[in-house]
Design a protein. Structure first.
Length: 473
């Protein structure tokens, strides 16, 4: 059985969760009272009723994929094929992986991790009562490592309701439910060890709930629940050098999971954050010292798109966002999480530090601008980019490819293997910067330069932040 649980193998993690502010007296009175057991009877209390109410909604997810295996170690080698005959046909093998999932809607909507079902040709789910169903993918998002499935069937299923992520505090009790190592449904207990944890390195997402409830391979996609039986988050990763639980597990907060599910239920195939029209970076200690800050915290505005929501609200490069609708912003990932869990066409209040002092900025978020089909072209002709699918960089494409929204130019989105572009080593994600001395600002200029032809091609592409120059004669 392949290992499907993502481990963080090295690196020290730092607690980026802000210290909880002192709540007003009326808020403290309304908040649920947390008490330490003060008697033997209190210590004898059990989680059993909570498990009975929630465990039926946690399922096993079986993902099968077909892979081609070469029947001969020399297959594809021209020398051996010439002297020993034609290559032997490849054989097809079925690979299976196992994870967990959580039913969040009675009609059979399930949330799991994207890495559990990635590349799967067939996905089955098994309930705790032994029933098994086929399922289909409604939405999957590699950036947040989330996938939404739908059970094929008209039955009514048990569910776990979404909890309120903002009400979670460090030290709260938590239960993790899943299928570790394929041994069967298992429940482990612990506490919330940290919130707003970033820098974990398992996905682009950086606002995890950390728990010491034992989480192991196979728990991916399982539930982390609170003492009210509500979903805190979806278990997704562990910090481990051995592959087993070391008491440091991470879950994607329920608020983000809910937003992804709502997108899937509305028919969306891709989860998109609202468009703010700005890029953000971490505040370094040097920047904090230069600005006279007591510590390095917040999200530094590194770029603003002209006429975008941030620009219209007066946000400028060099400003530091330290609050979002009253929630502290400790790092850019925290701001990204708040944006991802806020609806488009919503006005939000940002607390901002500027060179002139502190101010509050009201920003009206927008849906990412729609892409124009005319921005996408399949390039033709005898040139190094022949056969490649390219596109102008749009805000929607920048979000999908994790590019700065202020970036402009032409980017390669697909490269067929047998195309000229593929043979010349062009890769999806390459930014075409210049060809034969001409700066490539859009697809119209690119097609014009390629149509003119040349006895040789001298071009520059940007790949992974590096500028690569190449000459082809």
């Amino acid at each position: 059985m392949g290992k499907i649980f993502r481990d963080v193998l090295s690196g020290a993690l730092q607690d980026t969760a802000p210290a909880p502010a002192t709540a007003p007296a009326q808020d403290q009175a309304a908040a649920p009272q947390r008490e330490v057991p003060s008697s033997r009877a209190g210590m004898m209390q059990s989680f059993s009723p909570l498990v009975k109410a929630t465990a039926p909604a946690v399922v096993n997810v079986y993902a099968d994929r077909l892979v081609q295996r070469s029947a001969s170690p020399f297959a594809g080698d021209p020398f051996f094929e010439r002297f020993f005959g034609q290559r032997m046909p490849n054989r097809t093998e079925k690979q299976s992986s196992l994870g967990s999932g959580v039913i969040v809607q009675a009609n059979g909507i399930i949330v799991t991790n994207n890495h559990v079902i990635e590349g799967a040709d067939d996905i089955r789910v098994a309930l705790a009562d032994g029933r098994e169903f086929q399922s289909r993918v409604l939405l999957k998002d590699e950036r947040f490592d989330l996938a939404v499935l739908k059970i094929e069937g008209d039955a009514t299923f048990p569910v776990i309701e979404f909890g309120d992520t903002d009400s979670i505090e460090v030290g709260d009790l938590a239960l993790a439910i899943g299928n570790p190592f394929g041994v069967g449904q298992t429940v482990t207990s612990g506490i919330v060890s940290a919130i707003a944890r970033n820098g974990v390195g398992v996905s682009d997402f950086g606002f995890f709930i950390q728990t010491d409830a034992a989480i192991n391979p196979g728990n991916s996609g399982g539930a982390l629940i609170d003492m009210n039986g509500r979903l805190m988050g979806i278990n997704t990763a562990i910090f481990s050098r051995s592959g087993g639980s070391n008491g440091i597990g991470f879950a994607i907060p329920a608020s983000l999971v809910r937003a992804v599910v709502e997108t899937a239920e509305s028919g969306g195939e891709v989860f998109e954050r609202p468009y703010v029209g700005a890029t953000f970076e971490s505040v370094t200690s040097d920047i904090a010292e230069a600005l006279g800050l007591g510590r390095a915290a917040g999200a530094l505005v590194s770029g603003v798109v002209d006429s975008g929501p941030a620009d219209s609200a007066g946000l400028r490069a060099g400003d530091i966002v330290v609050g979002f609708n009253g929630h502290p912003i400790e790092h850019p990932d925290a701001l990204g999480y708040r944006l991802a869990t806020t609806d488009a066409n919503t006005s939000v209040e940002l607390d901002v530090l500027t060179r002139k002092g502190r101010k509050t900025v009201s920003v009206t978020l927008q849906a990412p601008p729609s892409d124009d089909p005319r921005d996408r072209r399949t390039l033709a002709g005898e040139n190094p980019f022949g056969g490649a699918l390219v596109s102008n960089i749009t805000p929607r494409l920048a979000e999908k490819l994790r590019l700065p929204p202020s970036l402009r130019g032409v980017i390669v989105t697909e490269v067929p293997r047998q195309s000229l572009a593929g043979r010349y080593g062009v890769l999806p994600g390459d930014l075409i910067a210049e060809i034969n001395g001409v700066e490539i600002a859009n697809v119209d200029i690119l097609e014009q330069v390629l149509a003119e032809g040349a006895s040789f091609w001298r071009f520059e592409i940007v790949r992974g932040g590096r500028r690569i120059r190449q000459i082809i004669r």
